[in-house]
Design a protein around this ligand. Structure first.
Ligand code: TYC
Length: 144
């Protein structure tokens, strides 16, 4: 085993112990199961060993992320797009202006990255706000 593999294994073990501690789970100390404390990679989350102890969860699932995309058009005023980026995506005036100009020049751009539910909500809010103000501005969702 090379040094990098050794370091990765050590980092995984520390992360698992940290997670177990935060979640009030007992950790199995290394060496007991004869595998040098190797993490459980079967994805099952936990395992009951011969001693009846609980192995720690190794994998934490991160939620899938989605990009909220703004599309350029010829009619929506630049100021309105800046307002949208400030109101729904917590941008500063300067940040919103940069994103708006990027979309204006390239045809589309990322307004923000969110989990599915939040992203869907942003898309609905932006499209509704644009329609309310009778602008054709469009916003869509794209998997990362
Ligand atoms: N192209 C628009 C204009 O020149 C501005 C604009 C920018 C519109 C970004 C939509 O997503 C957009 N007024």
């Amino acid at each position: 085993m090379n040094l990098i593999q050794l370091l990765i294994e050590r980092a995984e073990k520390l992360r698992a112990e940290d997670w177990a501690q935060k979640n009030y789970l007992p950790t199995k100390s290394s060496g007991q199961n004869g595998d040098g404390g190797k993490p459980n990679h079967d994805g099952s989350g936990s395992e009951t060993g011969a001693e009846g102890s609980v192995d720690t969860l190794q994998k934490v699932d991160h939620p899938k992320l989605y990009k909220v995309i703004l599309l350029n058009d010829d009619f929506t005023p630049m100021d309105f797009v800046v307002l949208v980026l400030r109101r729904f995506f917590a941008n500063t005036e300067e940040g919103a202006t940069l994103v708006m100009l990027d979309v204006h020049q390239k045809g589309s751009g990322v307004a923000g990255v969110f989990t599915l539910e939040i992203g869907e909500m942003k898309v609905m809010q932006v499209n509704q706000f644009a329609r309310m103000n009778q602008y054709p501005l469009k916003c869509t969702l794209e998997a990362e």
